[in-house]
Design a protein around this ligand. Structure first.
Ligand SMILES: *[C@@H]1O[C@H](CO)[C@@H](O)[C@H](O)[C@H]1NC(C)=O
Ligand SMILES: *[C@@H]1O[C@H](CO)[C@@H](O)[C@H](O)[C@H]1NC(C)=O
Length: 383
């Protein structure tokens, strides 16, 4: 089976003519630039760092990304905002590095036959992420939990098979070449804000990683072979935590939780990948922790001016009140690391993703994303 990576102009032209009337090449496929993407599809799981609009379809208490979230998205994407940042989020920017225009569509937005056609053909992919969700089932009341997200992908695969638009073997090939992105864990730490004592941290984190690896096993069983796992950012340094420390510094306990989880995740992923049970698995742990910590330690190097106060919000560090149309909004958003009390700006996300693709082992290990998806490396100049 061959996956076309470049369309001859004549083919593209034919496709443009065909796309409105034929199932051969869908309009969505053209819009997403599938024919020049480095992977057939991308499937996204996790929380608000990568949610591309699923929560717009969920009732409260699931958090919604209302304006001014998305304020810097190009006009043509605005109608599909749902991003918890000012512009594109981490899923969008990873997708852009792969040659897509932005994140695959939010799974819950896939109601029209045309857009789900790509999904059923193993193309473009889908985004199952839900803002506020965690790794554990108890985290994120009202959100799509990580377990449910993986189940939705299992249902998607069953529908792909039933639809029969690609053969079983081709489908397995397409899934094996696709990139599976997971960003989860930061919200589980809310349990400590709600009174879980730090002495419980080791057992709690062990349970998080155990559950996470179970979900990875399930994704593998369903055909995932290339995984990009984002570790947990330095939660002690987000504006909402900085606002409650006595000296306005980073909360040491919060960062210790992130580091403990991140270390155990690396150990357990290495163990799982080395085990005979998951042959052919390739993965990268992309370090939000290290990349954001480096930006905080040396803002100028990252081209940032403000790495403590959020761009949008209220109270100390703009971290005590969430971002709404009624709160303050900074003008120079490309110079801020944090968009609101917890999320990064598009500018910070762009720098982070560039490091995930082309950085050293400190940024992504055991391989970076360009090594995980070799077709990307050749095109780094086009980003
Ligand atoms: C890389 O870029 C070249 C030239 O723009 C293009 O022909 C090729 O298809 C691209 N490959 C991928 C994997 O994006
Ligand atoms: C979840 O949210 C619903 C609706 O707001 C609320 O009634 C319920 O008590 C919440 N459950 C938990 C466990 O917090």
């Amino acid at each position: 089976m061959t996956v076309p990576t470049a369309a001859a102009p004549a083919l593209l032209l034919a496709a443009i003519v065909l796309c409105s009337s034929s199932a051969l090449v869908s309009c969505d496929e053209l819009r997403h630039g599938v024919r020049r993407a480095a992977v057939p599809a991308m499937y996204v799981f996790g929380d608000s760092l990568v949610d591309a609009g699923n929560n717009d379809f969920l009732p409260p208490p699931a958090p919604r990304a209302l304006p001014p979230n998305g304020v810097d998205l190009p006009r043509w994407v605005l109608r599909r905002t749902g991003r918890f940042t000012n512009g594109f989020n981490l899923a969008d920017i990873i997708a852009q590095h792969l040659g897509f225009e932005f994140s695959p569509p939010a799974y819950l937005s896939l109601t029209t036959p045309l857009s789900s056609l790509d999904l059923l053909r193993g193309r473009v992919g889908a985004n199952y992420a839900s803002g506020g969700s965690g790794i554990l089932d108890i985290t994120g009341n009202g959100t799509i939990t990580l377990r449910e997200q993986v189940q939705l992908f299992a249902e998607t695969k069953a529908r792909m098979i039933r639809a029969g638009l690609v053969g079983r073997e081709s489908l397995d090939d397409l899934l094996a070449q696709s990139l599976f992105v997971v960003s989860a864990g930061g919200n589980d730490f809310d349990a400590f804000d709600y009174g879980l004592p730090m002495s419980e941290a080791p057992a709690f984190i062990a349970a998080m990683v155990d559950t996470y690896i179970n979900h990875i096993n399930e994704l593998y069983r369903l055909g995932a072979r290339k995984l990009a796992l984002l570790d947990i950012l330095p939660v002690g340094c987000i504006p909402s935590q900085r606002a409650i420390t006595t000296n306005g510094g980073c909360d040491a306990d919060g960062n210790a939780l992130s580091r403990a989880f991140n270390a155990l995740l690396r150990t357990e992923m290495a163990r799982a990948a080395a085990a005979a049970s998951m042959p052919g698995l390739e993965y990268s742990v992309a370090s939000l922790y290290n990349v954001l910590s480096d930006m905080i330690a040396n803002p100028a190097l990252a081209g940032l001016r403000e790495v403590e106060v959020a761009c949008c919000g209220g109270g100390k560090f703009n971290g005590e009140v969430g971002c709404t149309v009624a709160t303050s909004l900074c003008a120079d958003r490309d110079e801020f690391l944090f968009w609101d009390f917890v999320h990064g700006t598009q500018a910070a996300y762009r720098r982070a993703v560039h490091a995930f693709f082309y950085g050293t082992a400190r940024d992504a290990e055991p391989v970076n994303l360009a090594q995980l998806v070799p077709a990307v490396a050749a095109n780094s100049s086009s980003i």
